[in-house]
Ligand binder design. Structure first.
Ligand code: ZN
Length: 189
């Protein structure tokens, strides 16, 4: 990857981070994303699971709904409507989203930090490409853009979570950790 290509990825991930900040402000798990087609943002979204009381309303699926329901962005029905579209998302797509992206033929995915509990691009399951599928081709997923920022915004969320709970849990005296362990998995694996 050359310098200019890297800075473009960084630029789009910064836009995804802005959406994560918006999620944090709305007291949602702070994950944000942008979808890029032909060098411009065609959709941006953030997690809305609390607002909609719907655990499937992840940032990626919110944006996909916008793209598929927009006649200008998706003029006709076809097998892989995202084949010329790339995704930048602050956290590794979960297994559900990673599978949806594969079924819709996403071109490529870039993400900030790993999702150790639900990650579908290698952390838990390699839904993006290492699992074979009889119909849908795989896609490349590359981690590490704005990784520390993506981790820190999640920590900021979880440290303040449940402060309004009637019986405060042991979380009340938590301190924001700033140490970030290096990524142990090689990029894109
Ligand atoms: Zn998801």
């Amino acid at each position: 990857m050359d310098q200019s290509e890297g800075s473009i990825h960084h630029k789009w991930m910064k836009c995804a981070m802005q959406m994560a900040e918006e999620a944090l402000a709305a007291q949602e798990v702070p994950v944000g994303c942008v979808f890029i087609r032909h060098g411009r943002i065609i959709a941006e979204a953030r997690n809305r699971t609390n607002e909609l009381r719907n655990a499937t309303r992840h940032a990626e699926l919110e944006a996909i709904d916008c793209i598929l329901s927009n006649k200008d962005l998706t003029p006709e029905l076809r097998d892989y409507p995202l084949s010329d579209t790339s995704l930048y998302v602050t956290v590794e797509p979960c297994i559900m989203c990673a599978s949806a992206l594969r079924q819709l033929g996403i071109k490529e995915v870039f993400y900030g930090c790993e999702n150790d509990r639900f990650g579908g691009c290698g952390s838990v399951l390699g839904v993006n490409e290492s699992l074979t599928h009889p119909k849908h081709p795989g896609y490349k997923a590359t981690s590490g853009y704005c990784r520390e920022e993506a981790i820190m915004i999640l920590r900021r969320f979880y440290i303040t979570e449940n402060t309004n709970a009637p019986v405060p849990k042991s979380k009340t005296n938590r301190v924001l950790k700033t140490e970030i362990k290096p990524h142990t998995r090689s990029p894109g694996s």
